[in-house]
Design a protein around this ligand. Structure first.
Ligand code: URA
Ligand code: CA
Length: 432
């Protein structure tokens, strides 16, 4: 087989066989096929797309390019949840203990954040002592005992995706549905999930700028999952503005605690119920999504979900007393208000730009090597659709430096106040 013939075939819009896709992925992983040929192939795929069968084959070829995690020693259906990336997206911190409180095993592999989106591991490390550097055996033991554990990302999963994603990044081929869908699904499958719930974001802070595009991506991922034997469902949700009110590591832990008590921001709570219901349903613990939601509400009301969060933090070395004493979480030195310059209604809070403002404070990483400050971040005092008066605080900036002119300027650029505006739709639909 020659790579040039396969590039030509895809360029002409023809369907590649399973063997041909395996040849490309293996050859690229082993370094036998050069970057320039795979670049041409990615561009041909960008323009000519792939059939459902090709997408499933590409996904499995990437899964098989490296190590896979075997979670068969854990009893029950392992359901994983994945978000396509957001700003202030606290859902994983809430969902993991929430679902585990219903005896559904949560065996999560999580990473650190880069750019304007935060990573779950960074957020959890705001809890003193908490660590994800545990062995695979410990991980499995903890999930069997407590139904919940988080382990740091292994270096050897889906090496083909790592190489291909980096190449796409510099060849203008990231934004391709078959390539994004196979990239995301390959990582979830390699991490051992039996079933997968996807939160596909749409809006300014997301890859997919419109709900229609997000729906298309969701359908692509759900088909791949189902075609390779993993039950998969998706929720399409808004990321035009940040989710909830908190953006920042310590602040989001506090927000997760509030939400697990039933006192969280309404949008975060609603999305947690939408995603959580799918997780419970796929785990076989409810007969319908409505039944699943009722079960989730019950463990919030009776305190079991919060208790599970405590147990989880303590079992991985964390100081679980922060749940009753959130003031023990890292606190920033300064709290600075951002006053509205005019009366009106908040019409836009551009998610990715607000994420960048939080990054300027040190809450996120500009490069992989950056150190982050767990205490700093932003608390939104208004969301889209809320009325404001000149002088009202739009955002409280939690900073460890006194001068935050740059952050304030970035925030003013990303917040628009108009005469009228409605709160955006949060959940655009589900794909099952
Ligand atoms: N996230 C991924 O992991 N892969 C993509 O291709 C896009 C987003
Ligand atoms: Ca949040």
């Amino acid at each position: 087989m020659r790579m040039v013939d396969l590039i030509e075939k895809k360029r002409d819009g023809k369907e590649l066989s399973t063997e041909e896709i395996n040849f490309i992925v293996q050859g690229y992983t082993d370094g036998e096929i050069p970057d320039y040929q795979v670049s041409a192939f990615a561009m041909a795929t960008f323009f000519k797309d792939m059939t459902d069968r090709e997408r499933a084959d590409l996904t499995m070829a990437m899964v098989n390019s490296g190590e896979t995690i075997d979670l068969s020693a854990i009893e029950g259906v392992k359901v994983d949840k994945h978000s396509t990336g957001g700003v202030g997206d606290t859902t994983t911190l809430v969902l993991a203990p929430l679902v585990a409180a219903l005896d559904i095993p949560v065996a999560k592999m999580s990473g650190r954040g880069l750019g304007h989106t935060g990573g779950t591991v960074d957020k959890l490390e705001a809890v003193e002592g908490f660590h994800v550097e545990i062995t695979k055996d410990e991980f499995i033991k903890l999930v069997n005992e407590n139904k919940i554990a988080v382990i740091g990302q292994s270096g050897n999963l889906t090496p083909a995706d790592k190489k291909l994603y980096a190449l796409r990044d510099v060849t203008a081929t990231v934004n391709s549905i078959p390539l994004i869908a196979s990239s995301i699904m390959s990582k979830k499958i390699a991490a051992g999930a039996d079933a997968i719930v996807l939160d596909v974001k749409t809006g300014a802070g997301a890859f997919m700028k419109t709900p229609e595009a997000a729906k298309e991506l969701a359908h692509a991922m759900v088909s791949i999952g189902n075609n390779v034997g993993r039950k998969t469902m998706a929720v399409i949700s808004d990321m035009s503005q940040p989710l909830g009110l908190a953006i920042g590591n310590s602040l989001e832990i506090q927000e997760a605690i509030d939400t697990l008590k039933g006192e969280g921001p309404k949008d975060l709570e609603e999305l947690c119920y939408a995603l959580g219901s799918q997780m419970v349903y796929l785990a076989g613990k409810a007969d319908s999504l409505e039944d699943a939601k009722a079960k989730l509400q019950e463990v919030i009301q009776n305190g079991k979900a919060l208790e599970k969060f405590k147990q989880f933090l303590a079992s991985q070395g964390g100081d679980a007393s922060v749940i009753d004493h959130p003031e023990r979480l890292p606190q920033a030195q300064y709290r600075i208000e951002l006053p509205a310059k005019q009366d009106g209604v908040v019409a836009e809070l551009v998610a990715d730009e607000i994420g960048t403002a939080a990054m300027l404070l040190g809450a996120g990483r500009a490069t992989k090597e950056s150190e982050i400050d767990l205490a700093v971040g932003l608390m939104l005092n208004k969301k889209v659709g809320d009325a404001v008066k000149a002088g009202d605080s739009l955002v409280t900036i939690h900073a460890n430096r006194e001068n935050v002119e740059d952050v304030m300027e970035k925030l003013y650029d990303s917040i628009r106040i108009a005469d009228h505006a409605d709160a955006p739709t949060l959940v655009y639909g589900t794909v099952t």
